[in-house]
Design a protein around this ligand. Sequence first.
Ligand SMILES: Nc1ncnc2c1ncn2[C@@H]1O[C@H](COP(=O)(O)OP(=O)(O)OP(=O)(O)O)[C@@H](O)[C@H]1O
Length: 244
Amino acid sequence: MRLRRGPAGPTPTPDPSRGIELLGVGHAYGERMVLADLDLRLTERRIGVVGANGSGKSTLARLLNGLVVPTSGRVLVDGLDTATAAREVRRRVGFVFQDPDAQIVHPTVAEDVGYGLENQGVPAAERAERVAEVLARYGLADHADHPAHLLSGGQKQLLAIAGVLVMRPARIVFDEPTTLLDLVNTRRIGRLVDGLDQAVVVVTHDLELLAGFDRVLVVDGGRVVADDRPTPALAAYRALMADR
Ligand SMILES: Nc1ncnc2c1ncn2[C@@H]1O[C@H](COP(=O)(O)OP(=O)(O)OP(=O)(O)O)[C@@H](O)[C@H]1O
């Protein structure tokens, strides 16, 4: 049977209680399988993802908001299929990249944060209000008219996060948000993530960041090999890495 894709059927009514579901998911880049056999239901507010370099974490993160569509199985966000409801899924799940330069596209800080809202057709006055609010909240209000590319690495990451938060997604996926940051900014991003109302999934090599989390997935060789509270999951990860 062929899977029906595209605008063929009506979009189902979203059901936030379902969270993000991965149903028999696998992913290959060309011939190369990088993820296999993923059956997960993600409903917790704080979920971490750890694993060795190249284990498939980024690909898993990108599946969660439809940046990557699985080559087998289905990913559902609140019941919406990422393969057929990409736009709606991206409104629900924001994505913060490891390198903020990948996300910063406009010359000034305020323009950059307002860009997504403009894209959504939010009127100028409301846009200005929402941008000002989010910049103030993340200590960037004095930088509104500064060139975005001249910010420090930590400020750029804050700007990239502000650009996602201003869209008010219900969930945010962070792909190694602190990898390029010094200790002070790493802690600052950690506190920011802790304080968010949104549900988050954080891919990271910074295990300290996950201490207060609800759930941690350990990815190895494209599979989830542990899925538990942080303490036992991180112990399993350390044991796995000790054998290498
Ligand atoms: N766009 C792509 N095209 C081809 N292969 C890719 C692509 N993206 C990732 N890969 C490969 O898929 C595998 C998993 O990569 P992924 O980036 O998901 O791993 P990761 O666990 O996030 O790694 P890291 O911790 O180093 O960021 C790697 O072998 C990588 O080389």
